[in-house]
Ligand binder design. Structure first.
Ligand SMILES: NC(=O)c1ccc[n+]([C@@H]2O[C@H](COP(=O)([O-])OP(=O)(O)OC[C@H]3O[C@@H](n4cnc5c(N)ncnc54)[C@H](O)[C@@H]3O)[C@@H](O)[C@H]2O)c1
Ligand SMILES: O=P(O)(O)OC[C@@H](O)[C@@H](O)[C@H](O)[C@H](O)CO
Length: 382
Protein backbone atom coordinates (compact mmCIF):
# COMPACT_ATOMS: atom_id res chain seq x y z
CA UNK A 1 0.00 0.00 0.00
CA UNK A 2 1.32 3.44 -0.93
CA UNK A 3 0.41 6.93 0.29
CA UNK A 4 1.65 10.19 -1.22
CA UNK A 5 1.78 12.96 1.35
CA UNK A 6 2.19 16.60 0.21
CA UNK A 7 3.98 18.74 2.83
CA UNK A 8 6.72 17.08 4.88
CA UNK A 9 6.60 19.80 7.55
CA UNK A 10 5.45 19.70 11.16
CA UNK A 11 2.08 18.00 10.80
CA UNK A 12 3.19 16.05 7.72
CA UNK A 13 6.05 14.22 9.44
CA UNK A 14 4.72 14.48 13.01
CA UNK A 15 1.17 13.31 12.43
CA UNK A 16 -0.22 12.34 8.99
CA UNK A 17 2.96 10.61 7.75
CA UNK A 18 3.34 8.86 11.11
CA UNK A 19 -0.25 7.55 11.19
CA UNK A 20 -0.07 6.39 7.58
CA UNK A 21 3.23 4.62 8.31
CA UNK A 22 1.70 2.94 11.36
CA UNK A 23 -1.26 1.89 9.21
CA UNK A 24 1.17 -0.01 6.97
CA UNK A 25 1.54 2.42 4.07
CA UNK A 26 4.79 3.19 2.31
CA UNK A 27 4.76 6.99 2.59
CA UNK A 28 6.15 9.10 -0.27
CA UNK A 29 6.65 12.66 1.00
CA UNK A 30 6.31 15.40 -1.63
CA UNK A 31 7.58 18.86 -0.78
CA UNK A 32 9.12 21.91 -2.47
CA UNK A 33 11.77 22.38 0.25
CA UNK A 34 14.85 20.80 -1.33
CA UNK A 35 16.85 20.73 1.93
CA UNK A 36 14.07 18.79 3.60
CA UNK A 37 13.65 16.42 0.65
CA UNK A 38 17.41 15.76 0.55
CA UNK A 39 17.44 15.04 4.28
CA UNK A 40 14.51 12.61 3.92
CA UNK A 41 16.28 10.94 0.98
CA UNK A 42 19.40 10.45 3.04
CA UNK A 43 17.72 9.19 6.22
CA UNK A 44 16.56 5.60 6.69
CA UNK A 45 14.23 6.74 9.49
CA UNK A 46 13.11 9.71 11.58
CA UNK A 47 11.79 10.05 15.13
CA UNK A 48 8.53 11.46 16.47
CA UNK A 49 8.81 12.44 20.12
CA UNK A 50 5.49 12.85 21.92
CA UNK A 51 5.25 15.10 24.98
CA UNK A 52 2.55 15.03 27.62
CA UNK A 53 0.29 12.47 29.27
CA UNK A 54 0.64 9.01 27.72
CA UNK A 55 3.59 10.12 25.55
CA UNK A 56 5.22 7.51 23.31
CA UNK A 57 8.22 7.65 20.99
CA UNK A 58 7.97 6.52 17.36
CA UNK A 59 10.41 5.71 14.59
CA UNK A 60 9.12 6.17 11.05
CA UNK A 61 10.81 4.01 8.41
CA UNK A 62 10.17 2.82 4.87
CA UNK A 63 9.42 6.26 3.39
CA UNK A 64 10.64 7.96 0.23
CA UNK A 65 10.73 11.64 -0.75
CA UNK A 66 10.20 13.51 -4.02
CA UNK A 67 10.76 17.18 -4.77
CA UNK A 68 7.39 18.19 -6.23
CA UNK A 69 8.85 21.36 -7.79
CA UNK A 70 11.69 19.71 -9.72
CA UNK A 71 10.55 16.10 -10.15
CA UNK A 72 6.88 16.48 -10.94
CA UNK A 73 6.77 13.80 -13.64
CA UNK A 74 8.01 11.10 -11.25
CA UNK A 75 5.55 12.32 -8.63
CA UNK A 76 2.63 12.15 -11.08
CA UNK A 77 3.57 8.51 -11.79
CA UNK A 78 3.58 7.81 -8.04
CA UNK A 79 0.16 9.43 -7.63
CA UNK A 80 -1.20 7.39 -10.54
CA UNK A 81 -0.42 4.14 -8.69
CA UNK A 82 -1.00 5.22 -5.06
CA UNK A 83 -3.82 4.21 -2.72
CA UNK A 84 -3.97 7.49 -0.80
CA UNK A 85 -3.01 11.13 -1.34
CA UNK A 86 -2.97 13.44 1.69
CA UNK A 87 -1.92 17.08 2.06
CA UNK A 88 -0.70 19.22 4.98
CA UNK A 89 0.58 22.26 3.10
CA UNK A 90 -1.81 25.01 4.23
CA UNK A 91 -5.18 25.82 2.62
CA UNK A 92 -3.68 28.49 0.34
CA UNK A 93 -1.26 25.97 -1.23
CA UNK A 94 -3.93 23.45 -2.27
CA UNK A 95 -4.26 25.17 -5.66
CA UNK A 96 -0.57 24.45 -6.29
CA UNK A 97 -0.70 20.71 -5.60
CA UNK A 98 -4.00 20.25 -7.49
CA UNK A 99 -2.49 20.07 -11.02
CA UNK A 100 -0.22 17.21 -9.94
CA UNK A 101 -3.16 15.27 -8.52
CA UNK A 102 -5.19 15.97 -11.67
CA UNK A 103 -2.33 14.68 -13.84
CA UNK A 104 -1.92 11.59 -11.60
CA UNK A 105 -5.63 10.79 -11.92
CA UNK A 106 -5.45 11.23 -15.70
CA UNK A 107 -2.60 8.68 -15.81
CA UNK A 108 -4.28 6.25 -13.40
CA UNK A 109 -5.36 2.86 -14.76
CA UNK A 110 -9.14 2.50 -14.72
CA UNK A 111 -8.73 -0.97 -13.23
CA UNK A 112 -7.32 0.48 -9.98
CA UNK A 113 -9.60 1.30 -7.05
CA UNK A 114 -10.35 5.02 -6.57
CA UNK A 115 -7.50 7.07 -5.10
CA UNK A 116 -8.44 8.30 -1.58
CA UNK A 117 -7.70 12.06 -1.50
CA UNK A 118 -7.75 13.82 1.88
CA UNK A 119 -6.64 17.39 2.62
CA UNK A 120 -5.49 17.56 6.25
CA UNK A 121 -5.63 21.32 6.72
CA UNK A 122 -7.20 23.62 9.30
CA UNK A 123 -10.16 24.66 7.19
CA UNK A 124 -13.77 23.63 6.75
CA UNK A 125 -14.17 21.28 3.78
CA UNK A 126 -10.54 21.67 2.65
CA UNK A 127 -10.80 18.52 0.51
CA UNK A 128 -13.82 19.97 -1.32
CA UNK A 129 -11.66 23.01 -2.08
CA UNK A 130 -8.84 20.76 -3.29
CA UNK A 131 -11.30 18.82 -5.48
CA UNK A 132 -12.50 22.10 -7.03
CA UNK A 133 -8.89 23.00 -7.87
CA UNK A 134 -8.29 19.51 -9.32
CA UNK A 135 -11.49 19.88 -11.37
CA UNK A 136 -10.21 23.19 -12.78
CA UNK A 137 -7.26 21.31 -14.31
CA UNK A 138 -9.40 18.74 -16.13
CA UNK A 139 -11.46 19.54 -19.23
CA UNK A 140 -15.19 19.32 -18.71
CA UNK A 141 -15.67 16.30 -20.94
CA UNK A 142 -12.95 14.33 -19.12
CA UNK A 143 -14.09 15.14 -15.56
CA UNK A 144 -16.64 12.29 -15.11
CA UNK A 145 -13.98 9.68 -16.03
CA UNK A 146 -11.17 11.36 -14.08
CA UNK A 147 -13.23 12.06 -10.95
CA UNK A 148 -14.44 8.45 -10.91
CA UNK A 149 -10.81 7.48 -10.23
CA UNK A 150 -10.78 9.42 -6.92
CA UNK A 151 -12.67 9.48 -3.62
CA UNK A 152 -12.42 12.96 -2.09
CA UNK A 153 -13.03 12.97 1.68
CA UNK A 154 -12.97 15.96 4.04
CA UNK A 155 -11.07 15.55 7.31
CA UNK A 156 -10.37 17.26 10.64
CA UNK A 157 -6.86 16.93 12.09
CA UNK A 158 -5.86 17.85 15.60
CA UNK A 159 -2.39 17.63 17.12
CA UNK A 160 -0.24 20.58 18.24
CA UNK A 161 3.07 20.42 16.41
CA UNK A 162 5.16 23.54 17.06
CA UNK A 163 7.99 24.71 14.86
CA UNK A 164 11.01 22.53 15.50
CA UNK A 165 14.37 23.59 16.93
CA UNK A 166 16.93 24.50 14.26
CA UNK A 167 19.14 21.55 15.25
CA UNK A 168 16.31 18.96 15.40
CA UNK A 169 17.01 17.52 11.96
CA UNK A 170 14.06 15.38 10.88
CA UNK A 171 12.99 14.65 14.47
CA UNK A 172 9.57 16.10 15.27
CA UNK A 173 8.41 16.93 18.79
CA UNK A 174 4.62 16.78 19.10
CA UNK A 175 1.98 16.69 21.82
CA UNK A 176 0.81 13.18 22.74
CA UNK A 177 -2.84 13.99 21.96
CA UNK A 178 -4.14 13.52 18.41
CA UNK A 179 -7.42 13.20 16.56
CA UNK A 180 -7.95 12.52 12.84
CA UNK A 181 -11.60 12.44 11.79
CA UNK A 182 -12.47 11.54 8.19
CA UNK A 183 -15.75 11.56 6.23
CA UNK A 184 -16.73 7.98 5.49
CA UNK A 185 -19.32 8.55 2.75
CA UNK A 186 -16.89 9.23 -0.08
CA UNK A 187 -15.42 5.71 0.15
CA UNK A 188 -18.54 3.56 -0.20
CA UNK A 189 -17.65 0.03 0.91
CA UNK A 190 -13.90 0.57 0.51
CA UNK A 191 -13.03 2.68 3.56
CA UNK A 192 -9.22 2.93 3.93
CA UNK A 193 -7.81 1.11 6.94
CA UNK A 194 -6.07 3.74 9.11
CA UNK A 195 -6.23 2.55 12.73
CA UNK A 196 -5.33 6.03 14.10
CA UNK A 197 -8.25 7.70 12.31
CA UNK A 198 -11.97 7.83 13.08
CA UNK A 199 -14.43 7.63 10.18
CA UNK A 200 -17.76 9.46 10.56
CA UNK A 201 -20.85 10.02 8.43
CA UNK A 202 -21.12 13.76 9.11
CA UNK A 203 -17.83 15.63 9.55
CA UNK A 204 -19.27 19.13 10.07
CA UNK A 205 -19.75 18.92 13.88
CA UNK A 206 -16.20 17.57 14.25
CA UNK A 207 -14.42 20.11 12.06
CA UNK A 208 -16.42 23.03 13.50
CA UNK A 209 -15.85 21.87 17.07
CA UNK A 210 -12.13 21.58 16.32
CA UNK A 211 -11.69 24.84 14.36
CA UNK A 212 -13.96 26.98 16.57
CA UNK A 213 -12.64 25.62 19.88
CA UNK A 214 -9.01 24.52 19.50
CA UNK A 215 -8.06 27.00 16.78
CA UNK A 216 -10.24 29.95 17.90
CA UNK A 217 -8.89 29.56 21.44
CA UNK A 218 -5.30 29.07 20.29
CA UNK A 219 -5.43 32.09 17.97
CA UNK A 220 -7.04 34.29 20.63
CA UNK A 221 -4.20 33.46 23.04
CA UNK A 222 -1.61 34.09 20.31
CA UNK A 223 -2.96 37.48 19.20
CA UNK A 224 -3.69 38.78 22.70
CA UNK A 225 -0.32 37.45 23.84
CA UNK A 226 1.40 39.14 20.92
CA UNK A 227 -0.35 42.42 21.74
CA UNK A 228 0.79 41.99 25.37
CA UNK A 229 4.38 41.72 24.13
CA UNK A 230 5.10 38.03 24.85
CA UNK A 231 6.56 35.61 22.33
CA UNK A 232 5.42 32.14 23.38
CA UNK A 233 2.03 30.55 24.03
CA UNK A 234 3.25 29.51 27.50
CA UNK A 235 4.07 33.14 28.34
CA UNK A 236 0.71 34.30 26.99
CA UNK A 237 -1.02 31.82 29.31
CA UNK A 238 0.73 33.52 32.24
CA UNK A 239 -1.10 36.78 31.45
CA UNK A 240 -4.41 36.61 33.39
CA UNK A 241 -6.24 38.97 30.99
CA UNK A 242 -5.30 36.75 28.03
CA UNK A 243 -6.66 33.64 29.71
CA UNK A 244 -9.85 35.43 30.76
CA UNK A 245 -10.41 36.66 27.20
CA UNK A 246 -9.74 33.19 25.74
CA UNK A 247 -12.20 31.62 28.17
CA UNK A 248 -14.83 34.21 27.23
CA UNK A 249 -14.28 33.54 23.51
CA UNK A 250 -14.56 29.79 24.07
CA UNK A 251 -17.81 30.22 25.99
CA UNK A 252 -19.24 32.05 22.98
CA UNK A 253 -18.12 29.48 20.41
CA UNK A 254 -19.24 26.65 22.71
CA UNK A 255 -22.73 28.19 22.92
CA UNK A 256 -22.87 28.16 19.12
CA UNK A 257 -21.55 24.59 18.79
CA UNK A 258 -23.92 23.24 21.45
CA UNK A 259 -26.94 24.94 19.85
CA UNK A 260 -25.99 24.14 16.24
CA UNK A 261 -24.75 20.57 16.53
CA UNK A 262 -26.53 19.43 19.68
CA UNK A 263 -23.22 18.80 21.47
CA UNK A 264 -23.51 17.86 25.12
CA UNK A 265 -22.83 21.05 27.11
CA UNK A 266 -20.78 19.34 29.85
CA UNK A 267 -18.75 17.41 27.28
CA UNK A 268 -18.01 20.63 25.40
CA UNK A 269 -16.97 22.32 28.67
CA UNK A 270 -14.59 19.42 29.36
CA UNK A 271 -13.29 19.61 25.75
CA UNK A 272 -12.40 23.30 26.12
CA UNK A 273 -10.80 22.79 29.54
CA UNK A 274 -8.72 20.00 28.05
CA UNK A 275 -7.49 22.19 25.21
CA UNK A 276 -6.35 24.86 27.68
CA UNK A 277 -4.25 22.14 29.37
CA UNK A 278 -2.95 21.06 25.92
CA UNK A 279 -1.95 24.65 25.07
CA UNK A 280 0.00 24.89 28.35
CA UNK A 281 2.07 21.73 27.68
CA UNK A 282 5.47 22.88 29.06
CA UNK A 283 7.39 20.64 26.65
CA UNK A 284 5.97 22.38 23.55
CA UNK A 285 7.93 25.53 22.76
CA UNK A 286 5.21 27.08 20.63
CA UNK A 287 5.28 30.72 19.56
CA UNK A 288 2.60 33.37 19.13
CA UNK A 289 4.08 34.00 15.67
CA UNK A 290 3.39 30.41 14.52
CA UNK A 291 -0.07 30.21 16.04
CA UNK A 292 -0.98 33.68 14.73
CA UNK A 293 0.55 33.11 11.26
CA UNK A 294 -1.39 34.28 8.20
CA UNK A 295 -3.85 36.65 9.91
CA UNK A 296 -5.71 37.39 6.64
CA UNK A 297 -6.60 33.68 6.35
CA UNK A 298 -7.62 33.59 9.99
CA UNK A 299 -9.85 36.68 9.58
CA UNK A 300 -11.60 35.32 6.47
CA UNK A 301 -15.34 34.72 6.32
CA UNK A 302 -15.57 31.02 7.21
CA UNK A 303 -12.57 30.90 9.53
CA UNK A 304 -12.15 30.70 13.32
CA UNK A 305 -13.23 34.25 14.25
CA UNK A 306 -15.68 35.64 11.69
CA UNK A 307 -17.33 32.23 11.06
CA UNK A 308 -18.65 31.68 14.59
CA UNK A 309 -19.14 35.41 15.34
CA UNK A 310 -21.33 35.83 12.24
CA UNK A 311 -23.46 32.82 13.12
CA UNK A 312 -23.86 33.95 16.72
CA UNK A 313 -25.03 37.44 15.80
CA UNK A 314 -27.33 36.05 13.11
CA UNK A 315 -29.00 34.05 15.89
CA UNK A 316 -29.42 37.15 18.04
CA UNK A 317 -26.39 36.73 20.36
CA UNK A 318 -23.75 39.47 20.46
CA UNK A 319 -20.25 37.82 20.28
CA UNK A 320 -18.48 40.49 22.32
CA UNK A 321 -15.45 38.41 23.26
CA UNK A 322 -14.91 37.26 19.65
CA UNK A 323 -15.13 40.85 18.43
CA UNK A 324 -12.56 41.83 21.07
CA UNK A 325 -10.25 39.04 19.86
CA UNK A 326 -10.68 40.26 16.26
CA UNK A 327 -9.38 43.62 17.52
CA UNK A 328 -6.25 41.85 18.77
CA UNK A 329 -5.70 40.14 15.40
CA UNK A 330 -5.53 43.58 13.80
CA UNK A 331 -2.50 44.50 15.93
CA UNK A 332 -0.49 41.44 14.76
CA UNK A 333 2.59 43.03 13.18
CA UNK A 334 5.26 40.50 12.26
CA UNK A 335 7.73 41.48 9.56
CA UNK A 336 8.42 37.87 8.47
CA UNK A 337 4.70 37.10 7.96
CA UNK A 338 3.58 38.30 4.52
CA UNK A 339 -0.08 38.39 5.50
CA UNK A 340 0.67 40.41 8.62
CA UNK A 341 2.58 42.92 6.50
CA UNK A 342 -0.31 43.10 4.02
CA UNK A 343 -2.85 43.51 6.85
CA UNK A 344 -0.86 46.41 8.33
CA UNK A 345 -0.60 47.98 4.86
CA UNK A 346 -4.35 47.72 4.39
CA UNK A 347 -5.00 49.25 7.80
CA UNK A 348 -2.85 52.25 6.82
CA UNK A 349 -4.22 52.78 3.31
CA UNK A 350 -7.82 51.57 3.17
CA UNK A 351 -11.05 52.52 4.88
CA UNK A 352 -12.31 50.36 7.74
CA UNK A 353 -15.33 49.41 5.62
CA UNK A 354 -13.09 48.22 2.76
CA UNK A 355 -10.91 46.18 5.13
CA UNK A 356 -13.93 44.43 6.63
CA UNK A 357 -15.40 43.71 3.21
CA UNK A 358 -12.16 42.50 1.62
CA UNK A 359 -10.59 40.63 4.53
CA UNK A 360 -13.61 39.37 6.48
CA UNK A 361 -16.06 39.00 3.59
CA UNK A 362 -18.76 40.94 5.47
CA UNK A 363 -20.82 43.64 3.76
CA UNK A 364 -22.64 46.53 5.39
CA UNK A 365 -25.91 44.58 5.48
CA UNK A 366 -24.46 41.94 7.82
CA UNK A 367 -25.26 42.44 11.53
CA UNK A 368 -21.57 41.84 12.46
CA UNK A 369 -20.28 44.49 10.04
CA UNK A 370 -20.56 47.56 12.31
CA UNK A 371 -18.81 45.91 15.30
CA UNK A 372 -15.86 44.74 13.20
CA UNK A 373 -15.62 48.13 11.47
CA UNK A 374 -15.40 49.69 14.96
CA UNK A 375 -12.45 47.38 15.82
CA UNK A 376 -10.71 48.24 12.55
CA UNK A 377 -11.17 51.97 13.17
CA UNK A 378 -9.71 51.54 16.64
CA UNK A 379 -6.69 49.70 15.14
CA UNK A 380 -6.35 52.60 12.68
CA UNK A 381 -6.27 55.03 15.60
CA UNK A 382 -9.56 56.64 14.51
N1 LIG B 1 1.28 22.29 13.18
C1 LIG B 1 0.11 22.03 13.73
O1 LIG B 1 -0.03 22.05 14.97
C2 LIG B 1 -1.08 21.69 12.86
C3 LIG B 1 -2.11 20.92 13.43
C4 LIG B 1 -3.24 20.62 12.67
C5 LIG B 1 -3.30 21.06 11.35
N2 LIG B 1 -2.28 21.79 10.85
C6 LIG B 1 -2.42 22.22 9.45
O2 LIG B 1 -1.50 21.49 8.65
C7 LIG B 1 -1.08 22.30 7.55
C8 LIG B 1 0.44 22.37 7.56
O3 LIG B 1 0.85 22.97 8.77
P1 LIG B 1 2.30 22.72 9.37
O4 LIG B 1 2.28 23.28 10.74
O5 LIG B 1 2.71 21.33 9.17
O6 LIG B 1 3.16 23.70 8.42
P2 LIG B 1 4.67 23.53 7.98
O7 LIG B 1 5.05 24.86 7.44
O8 LIG B 1 5.48 22.92 9.06
O9 LIG B 1 4.62 22.48 6.77
C9 LIG B 1 4.12 22.79 5.50
C10 LIG B 1 5.00 22.09 4.47
O10 LIG B 1 4.40 22.28 3.20
C11 LIG B 1 5.46 22.45 2.27
N3 LIG B 1 4.96 23.07 1.05
C12 LIG B 1 4.73 24.38 0.81
N4 LIG B 1 4.31 24.54 -0.46
C13 LIG B 1 4.27 23.30 -1.02
C14 LIG B 1 3.93 22.81 -2.31
N5 LIG B 1 3.51 23.63 -3.28
N6 LIG B 1 4.01 21.49 -2.53
C15 LIG B 1 4.41 20.64 -1.55
N7 LIG B 1 4.75 21.05 -0.32
C16 LIG B 1 4.68 22.37 -0.06
C17 LIG B 1 6.47 23.33 3.03
O11 LIG B 1 7.74 23.30 2.43
C18 LIG B 1 6.42 22.69 4.40
O12 LIG B 1 7.40 21.65 4.51
C19 LIG B 1 -1.78 23.65 7.73
O13 LIG B 1 -2.98 23.65 7.00
C20 LIG B 1 -2.10 23.67 9.21
O14 LIG B 1 -3.18 24.50 9.53
C21 LIG B 1 -1.16 22.12 11.55
O1 LIG C 1 -2.22 25.95 11.53
P1 LIG C 1 -3.00 27.24 11.61
O2 LIG C 1 -2.19 28.41 11.16
O3 LIG C 1 -4.35 27.16 10.99
O4 LIG C 1 -3.29 27.47 13.17
C1 LIG C 1 -2.22 27.55 14.08
C2 LIG C 1 -2.44 26.59 15.24
O5 LIG C 1 -3.58 26.99 15.96
C3 LIG C 1 -2.63 25.16 14.74
O6 LIG C 1 -1.58 24.75 13.92
C4 LIG C 1 -2.79 24.18 15.92
O7 LIG C 1 -1.55 23.94 16.52
C5 LIG C 1 -3.40 22.88 15.45
O8 LIG C 1 -4.52 23.12 14.67
C6 LIG C 1 -3.74 21.94 16.58
O9 LIG C 1 -4.44 20.86 16.06
Amino acid sequence: MKAIHFGAGNIGRGFVGLLLHEAGYEVVFADVNSTLIDALHAAPSYEVHEKGEGARQHTVTGFRAINSATDSDALIDEIATADIVTTAVGPNILKLVAPLIAAGLARRAVSLPPLAVMACENAINATDLLAEHVHSHVTGADWPAVSARAAFANTAVDRIVPNQAADAGLTVTVEAFYEWVIERGAFGDAVPVIPGATFVDNLLPYIERKLFTVNTGHATIAYLGSRAGVSTIAEALDVPAVVLAARAVLEETSALLVAKHGLDEAAQRAYREKILVRFSNPALLDTVERVGRQPLRKLSRNERFIGPAAELIESGLMPEALVGAIGAVLSFDVASDEQSVELQRMLKTESAEQVVLQVCGLDAAHPLFASVVREVRRAQGL
